[in-house]
Unconditional design. Structure first.
Lengths: 323, 305
């Protein structure tokens, strides 16, 4: 499959007073054209930072300290601001968690949509309006002509998120990065938005990078999953395989922690907490919490290597602890 | 589609305005004052700018209801025989024009500086230090300084012609830092919000984000500070005129009328000072009360017990 996005050994650091902290460590990932990848991990694992680093918009004091982000053949991590600006929102768009916050409260939806188009294309107001209406129809907003004149507060939460999706679709991007797009919405709307994203990705042949901590959402939508832990990819593989046969003890823990349908069972929980980025243990970062740790886990960092089950895993045990 | 007027009639703005007696009474008084000030050439019984209509023999006539008063000069006359009522109306017009003009200038400088220093972090330090330096001078000191220089450069005769724009520039330049600081503080709060991040992500330029996205969101504090600053500017102008550095006596503002009358107050001609004084106080009071109401209206988090 032709690669749309290739992240090679990407590291992101934050320059703090107490020294540099690495939030993303040596991450390599790739995304094919029209492929849907889920980025999973607990809070603070570096999922969002990774997402932002793709479009080179990490806010200070963060910076990309190494590696490459190759998008359609070009290393965009080294693009100057102005050149990067033309890619953002044009070939790569991003969707955020809270639709209440991402729309400007004092501008009409139409103004904000047209503005995006105008920033990237040289088109007349009429053409822009036509494109906006077309995209709003795609996300199933009824009577889009009227809706363009309205302000964000006149929409419900689910509708607002659909408008955000419509905005991200405006320029027919090749890749959409969705950073927990459904966390702020209720469950029925969540399903609606995810279905919509899935459908759009399929019809428009767009790549999707879905950043979330919700395994249920990821398993429905994505084709592959990458599990992040403490800024490192610990497991990558096809979605079904990861859900049914997780190899890394952390992934196993995550899946066990999902509420099961059986009644009366206590919810499983991974003991301990993710290590602080400032105080990373030597060796495998998951080692202090791992049930199956061996002596060498504490001193050596396991590399990411292919597994028999398909995909890659960064663990010395390599599924041997599955039983 | 409902018309604009209909929507306005049903708006919460109008509702909360009509519910607050202080707001609508202040607005009523302000309206009367502003309309009569700008309608001065039509409603004023005399033209104080035309020396041929002034008779020095009419000087220092008391208001009409006093002994020696004449119904021709309802509120009496000043030391030069000008009708107080007409002079005050014209003077109020001058005061309001200077107030609005100075605030417009302050707003332009303040918005540009505030936006730049709030959004472009590199400029923040230098711009705010300039504002601090400006603030450490007293308004009056700056004004006295510039005013004195201009009076010597243009000569007292020509000074009368340039006095209004000059005062606008002086007061505008002296008080822009308040504006800039308010806007900077608001921009700092707004730029952290997600819609700004989203705007960056859809690839908008910095200039567009500043003007189209952040500025409209800081409009309500701008509106409030503007009303307060109009009152301040009118007061500054009155104070400068009182010191003899504002409007010349031939084209008096409220402030210069008060000064002019001050010399006669002990000889019994109290009306030359008191009437412009009352009008000045009323004007500033209603503007400030309206500003207060506007602030409360625009900030629903602020409840008054």
């Amino acid at each position: 499959m032709e690669h749309l996005l290739d992240i090679k050994n990407l590291s992101v650091e934050f320059a703090l007073r107490s020294g540099n902290v690495r939030a993303v460590r040596d991450v390599s990932l790739s995304l094919g054209k029209g492929e849907r990848l889920g980025l999973v991990g607990e809070s603070g694992a570096g999922k969002s930072v990774l997402g932002f680093s793709i479009i080179n918009l990490i806010s200070k004091p963060g910076f990309i300290s190494g590696g490459e982000v190759i998008f359609q053949g070009d290393d965009i991590s080294k693009y100057p601001y102005e050149k990067m600006r033309r890619i953002r929102g044009n070939r790569i768009s991003m969707i955020f968690q809270d639709p209440m916050m991402t729309l400007n409260p004092v501008l009409t939806v139409g103004t904000q949509m047209k503005e995006t188009l105008r920033a990237h294309m040289n088109i007349s107001d009429k053409e822009a309006t036509a494109i906006c209406i077309d995209k709003l129809k795609k996300v199933y907003i009824p009577s889009p002509e009227k809706r363009l004149e309205q302000y964000p507060h006149e929409f419900s939460g689910g509708m607002r998120q659909r408008i955000v999706v419509a905005i991200s679709l405006l320029t027919n991007p090749n890749l959409i990065i969705a950073d927990e797009p459904t966390t702020a919405l209720d469950v029925t709307i969540q399903a609606e938005i995810m279905d919509l994203l899935l459908e759009l990705c399929e019809t428009e042949n767009m790549g999707l990078m879905l950043i979330t901590h919700d395994l249920a959402v990821v398993s429905e939508v994505t084709q592959r999953i990458a599990v992040l832990y403490a800024g490192r990819v610990v497991e990558v593989g096809p979605t079904r395989r990861i859900i049914e046969n997780p190899q890394h003890p952390y992934t196993q823990g995550l899946i066990k922690a999902l509420p099961q349908s059986a009644h009366g069972n206590r919810l499983n929980q991974i003991p301990g907490m993710m290590p602080s980025l400032q105080d990373m243990p030597e060796g495998c970062p998951f080692c202090p919490r791992c049930e199956h740790r061996k002596d060498r886990c504490a001193t050596q960092t396991p590399p990411l290597r292919p597994t028999e089950a398909g995909g890659f895993v960064a663990c010395f045990m390599e599924g041997a602890c599955n039983e | 589609m409902r018309s604009k007027w209909q929507r306005f009639k049903e708006s919460y703005f109008l509702y909360s305005f009509l519910r607050d007696p202080i707001a609508y009474i202040s607005f009523g008084i302000l309206l009367v004052l502003v309309v009569s000030a700008f309608g001065a050439p039509i409603i004023a019984p005399h033209d104080p700018y035309n020396p041929t209509t002034i008779d020095i023999m009419d000087a220092e006539m008391p208001p009409a209801w006093y002994d020696g008063g004449s119904t021709e000069f309802l509120l009496g006359t000043d030391a030069q025989g000008r009708d107080m009522l007409s002079t005050m109306l014209y003077g109020m017009r001058v005061s309001i024009i200077i107030g609005l003009g100075a605030v417009a200038l302050q707003a332009v400088i303040g918005i540009v500086v505030g936006l730049l220093s709030g959004y472009v972090r590199k400029l923040d330090n230098i711009l705010m230090r300039i504002a601090d330096v400006q603030l450490s001078f007293s308004t009056y000191m700056v004004a006295i300084f510039i005013g004195a220089i201009f009076q010597t450069v243009f000569g007292v005769g020509n000074y009368a012609k340039v006095a209004i724009p000059l005062l606008i520039i002086i007061i505008g330049l002296a008080e822009w830092p308040q504006y800039a600081r308010t806007i900077r503080a608001n921009v700092l709060a707004e730029r952290k919000k997600e819609y700004v991040e989203a705007a960056r992500i859809i690839g908008l330029s910095k200039k567009r984000i500043m003007w189209r996205h952040i500025l409209p969101n800081t409009l309500s504090p701008i509106l409030v500070i503007s009303t307060v600053q109009v009152a301040n500017a009118i007061m500054s102008e009155a104070a400068l005129s009182f010191l003899g550095l504002g409007m010349p006596v031939t084209r008096p503002s409220l402030g210069s009328l008060i000064t002019a009358g001050f010399e006669y107050i002990f000889s019994g001609a109290w009306w030359i000072t008191i009437f412009p004084g009352i009008i000045l106080v009323a004007l500033i009071l209603v503007i400030n009360l309206l500003g207060d109401w506007l602030r409360d209206y625009l900030n629903p988090k602020l409840y008054k017990g």
